[in-house]
Design a protein around this ligand. Structure first.
Ligand SMILES: [Zn+2]
Ligand SMILES: [Zn+2]
Ligand SMILES: [Zn+2]
Ligand SMILES: [Zn+2]
Ligand SMILES: [Zn+2]
Ligand SMILES: [Zn+2]
Length: 467
């Protein structure tokens, strides 16, 4: 088996185009990408996985406007482009994502995916920067950051665990949270994903800077910053009823939490307590760590206030936004009336077929989803492709947001569809052959006819993981 790089021969010289503007990416990862550097280029590369033989088999010409190209078949046999047969001397337009097989059958030939590179001005440059690890250290524990968080407005960085501990101590003393490094009052703290990459690169480059696993476990256990926290929202003076609030005042009122304004449900916020901002209504709720009610959606880790305020018997805010409990509740209490938009990779042909299969069985979407959720809860469904965070921990009593619930329903409907026998299908859908690329097929999104003709609710049988 050869692992040589695919090569291309230059046909027409073009001096303005030295960088590759597109490439052919072999789906079999044992082969290398073929860069397309010229506006018109003859491709000479492996066509079969079984031999290292190369010959010229197609010519790719860049179309004006960069997004597409014309592919001409110059081999001695038919080739396949997006599953359509292109006979000898034939030509077809290709776009980024088009799948090309340099022969008439998939069995014996390699497959390539045509990929257009981003335009030069938007192409991200990979810069090599050097960084002194001393500048990537937490001033509390003096180690390279772990799960780094950034405090604002001063923008100093700390380990999540170290800063969480510091914040707890300030709150216990009813004090402002001051930055441990510069003593500025911290108004906001959040995880810094960009610096987390740097933190990881440093530890990869110099493993002597790593901390023992036991230390990391202790640190993780005290980390309480899951999403962005707003700290020490100031208590506003009572507005006179005679004076209507200015726009600015209304804005700052919007950012207040009902339990900062008054004692509600037996709780009043600490004067400088940390708050979470609800992802849905943008209202504030206290970041209480010692209560049972969830403040974050497990599927997406974003904060939602619906369950919290309902547990505090707050159903609407006076002048502050508060979500209804309907927006954030356990999976077991949710119902679904129609197939969510994101189901079957947003392919509406497949959604329509699933809808008709359900109708033909005399069932409802809710009925089908409830049945498949029971199987899910009994751990009879493989969760590896589930599009939610913490997939393994999700049960019937897990609170999820509307968006995550729709993703879960889409996931369950996939399993419903792939396990259906063909006699449950409507007549026009019963004879469709599976697309080789299954749910991962990109052609289904830009080629109506292909989406109609082939079934895409199936596992890929071709692609990056040759079977
Ligand atoms: Zn630290
Ligand atoms: Zn600071
Ligand atoms: Zn509050
Ligand atoms: Zn969610
Ligand atoms: Zn809310
Ligand atoms: Zn397809």
């Amino acid at each position: 088996m050869t692992t040589e790089t695919g090569q291309s021969s230059r046909s027409k010289p073009s001096d303005d185009d030295d960088d590759a503007w597109a490439k052919l990416v072999p789906l079999d990862t044992r082969f290398s990408d073929i860069e397309i550097r010229f506006n018109d280029m003859v491709i000479c590369s492996e066509t079969k996985p079984s031999s290292s033989e190369r010959h010229e088999w197609c010519r790719i010409t860049k179309n004006l406007g960069q997004g597409s190209a014309t592919l001409r078949n110059i081999s001695s046999d038919a080739i396949l482009v997006d599953e359509a047969i292109i006979s000898k001397h034939g030509a077809v337009d290709i776009i980024s994502g088009s799948e090309i097989v340099p022969g008439p059958g998939l069995q014996d030939y390699l497959q390539y995916r045509f990929t257009v590179m981003p335009a030069p001005d938007s192409r991200s440059q990979l810069l090599k920067i050097s960084i002194d690890p001393d500048h990537a250290k937490c001033s509390i524990c003096l180690n390279v950051w772990h799960d780094v968080v950034t405090a604002a407005p001063c923008l100093h960085n700390f380990c999540n665990g170290c800063f969480s501990e510091w914040m707890r101590r300030s709150e216990a003393r009813h004090q402002h949270v001051l930055c441990p490094q510069c003593r500025t009052t911290v108004q906001f703290v959040g995880r810094n994903h960009f610096l987390q990459n740097i933190q990881e690169d440093i530890l990869k480059a110099d493993s002597s800077l790593r901390r023992p696993a036991e230390d990391i476990a202790v640190l993780d256990a005290s980390s309480s910053i899951q999403s962005n926290l707003i700290i020490g929202s100031k208590r506003k003076r009572r507005l006179s009823t005679l004076v209507s609030p200015t726009l600015e005042e209304r804005d700052s009122l919007r950012l207040q939490c009902p339990q900062c304004v008054a004692t509600v449900g037996g709780y009043r916020c600490e004067r400088h307590g940390a708050h979470l901002q609800c992802h849905l209504c943008r209202g504030m709720m206290p970041n209480r760590t010692n209560i049972q009610v969830p403040l974050h959606c497990m599927g997406c880790d974003r904060p939602y206030c619906g369950a919290y305020w309902s547990s505090q018997n707050v159903t609407h805010g006076e002048s502050t936004p508060v979500c209804s409990p309907e927006t954030f509740k356990p999976i077991s209490e949710r119902t679904v009336t129609r197939i969510p938009f994101i189901t079957h990779e947003m392919n509406r042909h497949e959604q329509d077929i699933t809808q008709r299969c359900i109708a033909k069985m005399g069932r409802t979407v809710q009925d089908v989803v409830a049945e498949w959720f029971r199987l899910f809860n009994d751990r009879q469904i493989d969760r590896s492709r589930m599009p939610l965070n913490h997939a393994e921990s999700i049960t019937a009593s897990t609170h999820v947001c509307n968006e995550c619930y729709n993703k879960l329903v889409g996931f369950l409907l996939y399993w419903f569809r792939v396990t259906l026998t063909v006699d449950h299908f409507p007549a026009d859908a019963a004879a469709r052959e599976n697309c080789w690329y299954g749910y991962a097929c990109r052609t289904q999104h830009h080629n109506e006819e292909h989406a109609r003709k082939r079934n895409h609710v199936c596992r890929p049988t071709r692609g990056n993981h040759p079977s």
